[in-house]
Design a protein around this ligand. Sequence first.
Ligand SMILES: [Zn+2]
Length: 274
Amino acid sequence: MRAMREPTNDEAIEEAAALLARARHVVALAGAGMSKESGIPTYRGEGGLWTRQGEPPRNMYQQFLQDPADWWRQRLNEPPTEMAVALENARPNPGHLALVELETLGVLKHLISQNVDNLHRRAGHTSLTEIHGNRQWLRCMMCGRRWPRLEFPVDVEALPPRCPEADCDGIVKSDTVMFGEPIPPDALERCARETWVTDCFVTVGTSAVVYPAAQYPQDAARRGVPIIEVNPEQTPLTDLATIVVRLPSGEALPRIVRAVRRHLDLPLAPTGTP
Ligand SMILES: [Zn+2]
């Protein structure tokens, strides 16, 4: 019978920092909890967009394929959705900035994000796989090339837009992975590769129920890789986690980064950065 008490969050943060400072290839998986802390509505659960407005059709991708031009016309002509407005107003929070700092310190080698809100990029993250795509980017369905939406000229007289790459001419769609759409193979390959080489896996603000993303920490755990979970709530991954920090990411991650700096014998970041 185990009579051990649960470590406090302070202790868990210390242990997490020690583990991160020792690890050679840290990979993190970020989920909707991080976006929520930046004021972006969640999809599911109480007050979620889909709870209130209904889920988008499960065959959205098939509908898109039947008439991509119509999808583009709707997108260009309809007023911005509640989500679009929220994204427009959202800013990266201290959790996003802390992950960037972990990357800058050379500790975090890759971030897999389930979020489509562009906040990791805006915060400055570079080694990043957005496994469900990015709402602010477009992607060619044929060659997989991506462009920031604002840098891609869309001719409303010639919809759907076509890929400008030589010899491609593929249809261009939102980079966001629609219901029914396969996740782009380059994203899947990168996630699998990073999961294979990681020696410390961090999950942040993810409920760990959406696959394949939820599979990566499980695969790592099966190889004996320690898992650090940062989440205010219990998840299906909690039982696999070596260390659990029960705090929102915007609170936990900056504290973890400060502790990592101490372990690495680095001076603390100047005031104003996490
Ligand atoms: Zn193309």
